[in-house]
Design a protein around this ligand. Structure first.
Ligand code: TNX
Length: 550
């Protein structure tokens, strides 16, 4: 007699246990629910959007028409669950998704898709197959309301269709915020009707660096692109249908060379600047003239029209004060206002924009450098320089979204060695991302409530194509989504589920990093990086934040 197969561990076997992110609670049942051509799908009118999404996702892949009608799959409105919470109960006779709101129903529908064979993630059919899901009871809700991802479309433009695809990918992982970094020194990506040169001039640059700045290599190839206002309306509504809120970022007053190239009167120098063709922090920042404040107020007016979400990011990061320290009008402003220094001048300037947003019922989001000149009131802080900044902002009474760069910056390399494409920063491994905990140590219970959540960041200096974006984002974004949603901590279990999840990513055409390292065509020997150790990164962080006192 041959060896007996080991009894299958019900918590490891099959797609029922392979959902990512792992749900909060899950109890496997007996048997399976099998779909047929007549299996109906019905929803309470309040949850119709989720039903429509589910049909739109499943029918092309499965051929199942899912006709309207009772029985089969039901999305039912119930009282008493959280806005993103759902219960999914599958038996051999029916599938019931219960939610108190449309977002919960949508997440239940996303889970249902994961319970099917990974071929359910394709955009068309691959042949006849029986479609069924295992019986199960799932009770699920997220730990954090802000489960975000930043995509930098300024350094390298992400064409509209690729951005729409990322919205689907975020939603498939139950992430609900897309922070769009729309403007920077190297490109302005948002059409502004009142100031057309922002995109006519600012949306493209002459060439780009190849690899890290220190190598001084350039490609001699123009790069550009922007979203028209109708593109943005389309993106915003596509995201809303998937319960993803877009947080637009207009980065001020640094990271603005593309705008200054388009409108030189915004800058501090008398010379004409090109859209920047180098990476790294630039010295060219906005001047503090009334006309410049009015200009960006106009820009924000159009931003508010386009983006209905509560949060609007006004940047505030990495502002070298060199030009202000030398500028006569800036020095006059400091004196006039009785400020101490250029850091306080930045806070004063930012306060115009943050107050402007608050007066219009929006919540300004700003990077943690704003701590240095005093945080403008009402600003939600995007803390990227570690726990110390997050704790300081919380103690100053501000809401905080954390995005610590040594743990959540997905432009950092995934492994040691020279195989990784454009290795920069320290190593941010899949394991480390899965273990990520957004709450900094040492916060009291009430203070913890100020941590709205976290976001992973895809900065794109070295991510010059959607293919490389896939490589850097996945599978780490799946691990991040799990850390944020349920905070499941068993990494071996995550890896077992990831093996199934990778079939889903394959079906979606996501070119994730294989566990063993890049495919030959995913390497970038043409673009040398600048890898650093964790100790070097930590030392840099300590230097940056040494003047801040806890
Ligand atoms: C820091 S995070 C930046 C970005 C860069 C990124 C590269 C932040 C607010 N500023 O401008 O793209 O590092 O990792």
């Amino acid at each position: 007699m041959g060896r007996r197969a080991r009894p299958r561990d019900p918590y490891r076997a099959g797609p029922v246990n392979a959902t990512i992110p792992a749900p909060a609670r899950r109890t496997p049942g007996e048997g399976r629910f099998t779909f047929t051509a007549t299996t109906p799908l019905s929803a309470d009118p309040a949850l119709a959007g989720a039903a429509q999404w589910l049909r739109g996702a499943l029918t092309p892949a499965t051929g199942l028409p899912l006709p309207e009608g009772p029985g089969g799959v039901e999305l039912r409105l119930v009282a008493g669950l959280g806005p993103e919470e759902y219960r999914l109960t599958a038996t051999s006779g029916s599938v019931l998704i219960e939610a108190t709101g449309p977002a919960g129903a949508f997440y239940g529908a996303q889970t249902l898709r994961q319970l099917l064979d990974p071929a359910a993630f394709r955009a068309g059919r691959t042949g006849d197959r029986a479609w069924s899901i295992p019986a199960v009871e799932i009770a699920d809700a997220p730990q954090y309301g802000w489960r975000g991802c930043l995509i930098d479309v300024a350094r390298h433009f992400l064409p509209k269709n690729d951005l729409l695809r990322y919205i689907d990918l975020l939603a498939a992982h139950k992430l609900n915020v897309l922070h769009l970094h729309l403007t920077d020194d190297q490109g302005w990506r948002l059409e502004i009707r009142k100031y057309p040169r922002l995109t006519e001039v600012g949306a493209w640059r002459r060439e780009s660096p190849v690899g890290a700045a220190r190598h001084q290599r350039f490609d001699g190839r123009p790069h550009g692109g922007f979203y028209s206002q109708d593109d943005i309306r389309e993106i915003v509504s596509y995201a809303a249908d998937r319960f993803v809120t877009i947080v637009p970022e207009i980065d001020l007053p640094g990271h603005t060379q593309a705008a200054i190239a388009a409108y030189p009167e915004l800058g501090n120098l008398d010379e004409r600047l090109p859209v920047r063709t180098e990476w790294g922090v630039g010295e060219n920042v906005l001047n503090v003239a009334d006309a410049t404040i009015a200009f960006f107020t106009d820009v924000l007016d159009e931003v508010l029209e386009l983006f209905p979400g509560r949060y609007v990011c006004v940047g505030g990061d990495e502002v070298p004060k060199t030009q202000w320290n030398e500028s006569v009008p800036a020095k006059e402003r400091i004196r006039e206002l009785g400020l101490h220094d250029a850091d306080e001048l930045q806070s004063w300037l930012m306060r115009h924009f943050t107050d402007y947003l608050l007066a219009r019922g929006r919540s300004p989001l700003g990077w943690d450098e704003l701590l240095e000149g005093g945080l403008p009131p009402g600003v939600t802080v995007a803390a990227w320089r570690g726990d110390k900044c997050a704790v300081l902002a919380v103690r100053a009474g501000h809401d905080v979204v954390v995005s610590p760069f040594s743990e959540t910056y997905l432009d950092f390399r995934q492994a040691d060695g020279d195989q990784e494409p454009v290795p920069i920063g320290s190593v941010t491994s899949l394991r480390a991302v899965h273990a990520f905990d957004p709450v900094p140590g040492g916060l009291g219970d009430e203070e913890r409530g100020r941590i709205l959540g976290a976001q992973a960041a895809l900065w794109t200096e070295h991510i010059d194509s959607p293919r490389l974006l896939d490589y850097m984002a996945f599978p780490r974004l799946a691990a991040f989504a799990e850390a944020m949603w349920s905070g499941a901590r068993d990494f071996e279990d995550f890896l077992a589920r990831l093996a199934v999840h990778e079939r889903r990513l394959d079906a979606l055409g996501v070119e994730y990093r294989p566990a063993g390292g890049p495919h030959p065509w995913q390497r970038r020997p043409d673009a040398p990086g600048h890898p650093r150790t964790r100790a070097e990164i930590d030392a840099q962080l300590a230097r940056w934040t040494s003047s801040l006192r806890l």
